[in-house]
Design a binder for this molecule. Structure first.
Ligand code: FMN
Length: 460
């Protein structure tokens, strides 16, 4: 059966993928930028708009890392504003499960779901570092296993809260003088686990999707298992065809033990793209963008992330350091997950490559980091996207433009029509559908059924 392609539009985040130095680059904070990307995505009939989240400014060698975009506004506030200037587009927000409380997050997403007519999605993340946790009450930090226990309980708690109202609880009947239907459930909840002991009345009546769509981003075994038992979709870095197929097979194979079908969890890699009228033009454009993304200073900082050593005296146009990295010292970068499991092996591989191809530090960093997922003509990019989806390397992509605000314009204008011609992408939004409907997820399963599936798995 031919699968339909799912497309998300990622408002790019605070890393060197986002080019702020280009004359066409606009504000990362002004509402006009969010509105432009969202409107482009909606004109292109995308499934959803997506915001990442970072809760502490990154530092390197004790200084704010200001070679990339620095700072971003609050996710929920931006999504609420975007809801007002769009009519169909899903609105996905990344929100921490480590530092927040279920009552508040359940309220925010249920409210967004009401305001937007059933378009809300929550990308549940845990936190990779204690540095970020310092911003929060109790330090907020948990080690990895504990974070996923808390995240699973957190999502279950929000589902219980969302279920605490009957869908027909509000009757507002002046003749009887009754606002609520007698006997209807109206927000009473009680939830008690290792991490939470909460009870009370939930203030937001049942929203159009009942449960906003739940995505998760986390790649470890614990993260994948969390997706399998608690999420509707997974945001991943595995965007290439071969890696994607392996990842897809892995996460989908985990679903049966929770009584779930393969279609109930959507696999959505983040993907970048560069278009050109000819393959050569696209390649040339991609080379130009890579040089914008990796300035001489950025090249040195990215090298330091592997060497874990101050390399500020090195020339980015010169050779790599002749010595090995120092993985034992405390990390020189803070506010970002550690990127390399074995830095010494990575460094040796990079040095060999640089020597063989006579690459400077900057040329090497351009070569080995952050390649574009798709580079080509609109026709070849549409073909590659479709191949990945049909061959089960993913169910669609969350596209990350390198420029704000207009970085998605060309894709929406040129690639989307080619996906439509292939019959794998909608040609209009179906009126009256929620994001959940559009993603083919079916109606929300009651909270109790999610909990029962996890219990049965634990007992098995
Ligand atoms: C594709 C992807 C996107 C992520 N986006 C965010 C984000 O926007 N904000 C955040 O705090 N963490 C983000 N994370 C971090 C994860 O939530 C998680 O903390 C981290 O990956 C460590 O968990 P793991 O060991 O299971 O991968 C992201 C992770 C991945 C894989």
């Amino acid at each position: 059966m031919t699968k339909q392609v799912i497309l998300g539009a990622h408002f790019p985040g605070v890393n060197n993928h986002t080019v702020w130095s280009d004359p066409a680059a606009g504000s990362q904070i002004a509402f006009s930028s969010f509105a432009h990307l969202a409107r482009t995505a909606e004109a292109g009939l995308f499934d959803f708009f997506f915001l990442a989240e970072g809760l502490r400014l990154r530092e390197q060698r004790g200084k704010i890392h200001d070679l990339d975009v620095v700072g971003r506004p609050n996710t929920m506030t931006v999504l609420a504003a975007v809801a007002a200037v769009t009519g169909h587009l899903g609105l996905a927000g990344t929100i921490q499960a480590t530092y927040n409380e279920p009552y508040e997050i359940a309220r925010q997403f249920a409210t967004l779901d009401h305001l937007s007519g059933g378009r809300a999605a929550w990308n549940v993340v845990t936190s990779p570092d204690a540095f970020t946790g310092e911003n929060f009450r109790r330090g907020g930090y948990l080690e990895r296993g504990g974070r996923y226990v808390r995240a699973a309980e957190f999502v279950q708690a929000t589902r219980e809260l969302w279920d605490s109202w009957d869908s027909d609880a509000i009757v507002a009947d002046p003749a009887r003088g009754e606002f609520l239907r007698p006997g209807a459930r109206r927000g009473r909840f009680e939830y008690s686990t290792e991490n939470f002991g909460i009870s009370g009345n939930f203030t937001v009546p049942r929203s159009p999707q009942a449960h906003p769509v739940i995505l998760q981003a986390g790649d470890s075994d614990g993260g994948r298992e969390f997706a399998a038992h608690s999420a509707d979709g997974i945001f991943t870095r595995h965007s290439t065809y071969d890696e994607g197929r392996a990842f897809y097979a892995d996460v989908k194979s985990r679903l049966a033990r929770y009584g779930r079908s393969p279609g109930s969890l959507k696999v959505l890699p983040g993907a970048s793209f560069v278009l050109g009228d000819t393959p050569a033009e696209a390649e040339e454009h991609a080379r130009h963008i890579r040089r914008q993304q990796v300035s001489p200073q950025t090249a040195i900082l990215m090298l330091e992330q592997v060497w874990n050593t101050d390399l500020s005296s090195f020339d980015a146009e010169g050779p790599l350091p002749p010595f090995d990295p120092d993985p034992e010292s405390p990390s020189i970068i803070q506010g970002r997950a550690r990127m390399y499991d074995d830095p010494v092996a990575v460094a040796r591989k990079w040095r060999a490559l640089a020597e063989e191809r006579h690459l400077s530090i900057r040329d090497l960093i351009i070569e080995v980091t952050g390649r574009q997922t798709f580079t080509g003509t609109p026709a070849s990019v549409a073909a590659e996207i479709n191949r990945s989806v049909q061959d089960d390397a993913c169910d669609g992509f969350i596209l990350v433009p390198h420029l704000i605000p207009a970085g998605l314009d060309e894709f929406a204008a040129k690639v989307v029509p080619l996906l439509q011609e292939r019959g794998v992408f909608r040609t209009s939004y179906e009126p009256g559908t929620t994001l959940r409907d559009r993603l083919g997820l079916g109606p929300a399963r009651p909270a109790a059924s999610w909990a029962a599936a996890r219990r049965e798995h634990a007992d098995a």
